[in-house]
Design a protein around this ligand. Sequence first.
Ligand code: DI6
Ligand code: FE
Length: 400
Amino acid sequence: MSDKTLWRGARLATLDGTQPWGWVERGALITEGERIAWVGPESELPAGLAPAAEHELGGAVVTPGLIDCHTHLVYGGQRAREFELRLHGASYEEIARAGGGIRSTVAATRGADEAELLRLAQRRLDALLAEGVTTVEVKSGYGLDLDSEARCLRAARALQGAEVRTSYLGAHALPPEFQGRQDDYVEAVCAWMPRLQREGLIDAVDAFCEGIGFTPAQTRRVFEAARALGLPVKLHAEQLSDQGGTQLACEYRALSCDHLEYLSPEGVRAMAASGTVATLLPGAYYFLRETKLPPVGLLREAGVPIAISTDHNPGTSPTLSLLLMLNMACTLFRLTPEEALRGVTVNAARALGLTDRGRLRAGQRADFCVWDVEHPNELSYYFGRNPLRQRVWGGKVFRA
Ligand code: DI6
Ligand code: FE
């Protein structure tokens, strides 16, 4: 008895091959267990196939499962009050310097146990799943001591419904107990790393290189510690100012540099040379009312792969809609709808160091979405509408 499942009557955006969208007008897919066994035009389906199950999709669009490659999903509390203060005139940086901002979330996170952190994060993840997310990256960075960072990473690992990749972001902000001792804190972040890795809690190491975050020299310390453990790195870089963090991250062959509004032409060249993905975060750009655009034209010309993500976090991007980010990537950053879709699939996979997902191709994971649209450009066109019909994760079907 075959355990193959046949999906037919699909309009496929495979994002594979040389056609725009990797388009197949009358397509079919065969899945076997967690993998895609075959993809192509329905007219070329292998003969003698006896699938155990068959789905007729009636012309619905199928894309790879969506990948949200930059989130801070695990934290306590929320920051609507800070949003209000900003509307009364305070800036994000002023609030951060006055001990609010990230630090207020740190206090709420430290006060929550693992079960509570998991419950809150699962609710947030469920919103992402409802729009077709099948892989999500989750950062720590609101615990800022060994136990609290471990608790957050364990909660991330325990999330259900999508594959989770974790990033250790100990160097996110300075915790109050290290006030005036930034270098000591960076040493502590490095010292905790092997213990967290031994517990299987770290897939990559991240840092916030910024005037209100950590200096390039401190970021380098963190990256050295990661390299010594064989862990890949990524970086919050050039979000509020140009610190040259990107060039530094590229020395360490970073998987991705994220935000990048203030990225310089030298930074773009460094990314192209190291094969680093540019992860753009339109939610944070929008919510901070940033006006400096990331250098999309230069990134494109240099052939730097562009990913798009929610950056879900309570301070600068409280969105839980990756589809809305597709629209914003187009309206605010002028990406094309195809670039935007590649940004939440194949390039997002690459930003996580994953090569087994992000396209519809034989051998890839059977992670895909069935959409009630006629063309995948509609995914970027609507905002505030969710046309997901089915989400298939590891070959298993979840209805929207
Ligand atoms: N950049 C951001 O936009 C978030 N973290 C970071 O490094 C903001 C985090 C927060 O305000 O809680
Ligand atoms: Fe972030």
